[in-house]
Design a protein around this ligand. Structure first.
Ligand code: PEP
Length: 255
């Protein structure tokens, strides 16, 4: 990554794992392991773990993210959580448009944009996920597809908004599969995303934007991926549930 221009962000995505008591155990193990991190450390926890996560991380360098947010402020949306509910609970970041939400829960580019803008309006920082499927990569349409996802996600956002946005490039074929993109493959798309942002905003906005890679990043491959110019951190699924492994990734991003 380019350390002069950007701060690395390592964010865990716990997905639908850990009850509140299990979360307590994991966070208590993690706090001492990452206390000297030279990067931003985030844990993306299930809604039911937010209270315990915010409480335990108070006064530490760990930030708390939710894994989704609705775009309305309140109303008849059974099962949904509003941006204000998250900010009042002490949440700072929110993962939006993860491929699992797009695949299983009907998330679209339009709803990703609505959620991200609502999050920003409430003072949350969205981590917006984009990435192609294996079929799209093999068909040679990765850039076309990712470009559309990025442009649609950022629609009607200002340059000031972009200062609070993180983009996570997560090729679907690499998520939870153990099949990591090579550092060259990951760098190619992260650099492409930065170019798309430059074309739609400015070089200054693009240079300042944190772009993470996600997809089977682990303690063994993190340093290699994070050595690339345009990879400014990671969104970590499986390895974020193992405090020691997550701490190694945080360490790799801190160098
Ligand atoms: C993710 O859930 O965003 C992810 C990248 O998962 P994993 O690290 O397990 O591939």
């Amino acid at each position: 990554m380019n350390k002069e221009k950007r701060t690395a962000i390592i964010a865990g995505n716990w997905k639908m794992n850990k009850t509140a008591s299990e979360a307590k155990e994991l966070i208590e193990s993690l706090i001492p392991l990452v206390k000297d991190a030279g990067c931003t450390v985030i844990i993306g926890v299930p809604f039911t773990d937010i209270a315990v996560a915010v409480d335990l991380t108070k006064g530490t360098n760990i930030h708390v993210a939710a894994q989704n947010v609705h775009f309305k402020d309140s109303g008849a949306y059974t099962g949904e959580i509003s941006p204000r509910m998250l900010t009042e609970a002490g949440v700072e970041y929110v993962i939006i448009g993860h491929s699992e939400r797009r695949q299983y829960f009907g998330e679209t580019d339009e709803t990703v944009n609505l959620r991200a803008r609502a999050a920003l309006a409430a003072g949350l920082k969205p981590i917006i996920c984009v990435g192609e499927s294996l079929e799209q990569r093999e068909a040679g349409v990765t850039e076309e597809f990712v470009c559309r996802q990025v442009v649609m996600a950022l629609l009607n956002m200002t340059a000031e908004d972009l200062a609070n946005v993180v983009i996570a490039y997560e090729p679907i074929w690499a998520i939870g599969t153990g099949k990591t993109a090579t550092k060259e493959q990951a760098e190619e798309v992260c650099a492409f995303i930065r170019k798309v942002v430059e074309e739609n905003y400015s070089k200054a906005v693009a240079d300042a934007l944190t772009i993470q890679y996600g997809g089977s990043m682990n303690a063994g491959n993190a340093a290699d991926l994070l050595s690339m110019e345009d990879i400014d951190g990671g969104l970590i699924g499986g390895a974020s549930l193992k405090p020691n492994d997550f701490a190694v990734i945080v360490g790799a991003a801190s160098k």
